[in-house]
Unconditional design. Structure first.
Length: 352
């Protein structure tokens, strides 16, 4: 079974063809970074237009790459949310048009579910597992026990973690996206130079908060009068910030693992997904945690941790395989929590 996946929820136009035996047959990605970089963040209208300009080209490139025709496919999976509405509509309308022309079934995919299931494509792991989802739009801990079966263990109460990286980078004039730039600077910095807060550390729940940490960075910049070109001070602040984020992620994830300890009897697994999972320092901290807690750690390769069409195709395949391909309506949704039973958290202005 082969499915075409379409991702347009944010600033990547992603298209892929994936088969149910876990092979990626084609992978096309257009990153709009340059279009948004001058604004220091994603501009929804620019993103939607860029998706319109690229999506059909990427789809035909993917079909050519795999040497396939539409009748060879079992369906089309398209991200319906959460995300920026304009971009989502572009993906949805395109999928609908191909569906109308070919008769292929369409599968509405939750972008967060696609991140959550990627490790089953890359590593072939079984349910259940604990998921740490850390990206530009999300900071969440989830217990994943099956397709469509998610229990939220914790979430950010303010900023997403990648968003915090991006904002700190912006304050320091490091450009957009901030995560890779902060990581690069942090390598030459002293993580002990700035005494930054670790919000919510040691709290009984598994929630995150990054907005206070971001403000603390701003105050440090003002107090030390750090300006662009002040390379050592910038490197030290980046290292201190990254260390603080790492401490929070490790502490909250440890707590989430403790909560899921009794859930399954077999091998315990921790999956990390989302763009921030590409951060080598944070990855190393999570590896240490996994070793100490005796859980197997699975981190998909960086290109599948950030937004892409492969994960959407795979989520569509997973849904078709268990007969849940038509569970959700084909409509764009700005918000779409994976665990609808979880209470909304105050101020959670993020995609989840
Ligand atoms: O998953 P993703 O591509 O898009 C969303 O769904 O949000 O994640 C993008 C986010 C950005 O905020 C970016 O700064 C962050 O992931 N990121 C990183 C790194 N690479 C990307 N954050 C920290 N360190 C990195 N190396
Ligand atoms: Zn994402």
């Amino acid at each position: 079974m082969i499915v075409l996946g379409i991702e347009t929820s944010c600033d990547e136009t992603g298209v892929a063809l994936v088969s149910s035996d876990r092979r990626v047959l084609a992978e096309q990605l257009y990153s709009q970074l340059d279009a948004h970089a001058v604004y220091g963040g994603v501009v929804p209208e620019i993103a939607a237009r860029a998706h319109v300009e690229r999506l059909d080209l990427l789809i035909s490139a993917a079909m050519n790459e795999a040497g396939l025709q539409f009748p060879d496919l079992a369906g089309i999976a398209v991200t319906c949310g959460p995300g920026l509405i304009g971009g989502l509509i572009v993906g949805l309308v395109t999928a609908r048009a191909i569906g109308a022309a070919t008769g292929l079934p369409l599968v509405a995919v939750n972008h967060l579910e696609a991140h959550a299931l990627t490790a089953r494509l890359t590593d072939g792991i079984e349910f259940p597992y604990t998921l740490l989802l850390v990206s530009g739009g999300h900071a969440q801990l989830l217990e994943v026990s099956g397709v469509g079966r998610y229990r939220r263990l914790g979430s950010t109460i303010d900023d997403a973690v990648g968003e915090a990286f991006d904002k700190v980078a912006k304050m320091l004039g490091l450009g957009y996206p901030g995560g890779p730039a902060v990581e690069r600077m942090a390598r030459r910095g002293d993580p002990a130079r700035f005494d930054l807060p670790r919000p919510l550390l040691n709290r009984a729940d598994c929630n995150f908060s990054f907005s206070g940490l971001k403000t603390a960075c701003r105050l440090a910049i003002l107090k030390e009068e750090i300006s662009e070109g002040d390379d050592q001070a910038i490197a030290d602040l980046c290292a201190s910030f990254q260390m603080a984020v790492g401490d929070c992620l490790v502490d909250r994830t440890r707590r989430a693992l403790a909560r899921t300890r009794t859930a399954g009897s077999g091998e315990r697994r921790l999956v990390v997904a989302g763009g921030v999972a590409a951060n080598a320092s944070i990855g190393a901290r999570l590896r240490e945690l996994a070793a100490a807690e005796r859980v197997a750690l699975h981190v998909p390769p960086a290109r599948l941790c950030t937004d892409n069409g492969v994960m959407i195709a795979w989520a569509g395949l997973e849904r078709l395989a268990c007969g849940r391909g038509d569970e959700f309506p084909l409509a764009a949704r700005a918000r779409w929590p994976l665990d609808p039973a979880a209470e909304p958290l105050a101020g959670a202005g993020v995609k989840a």
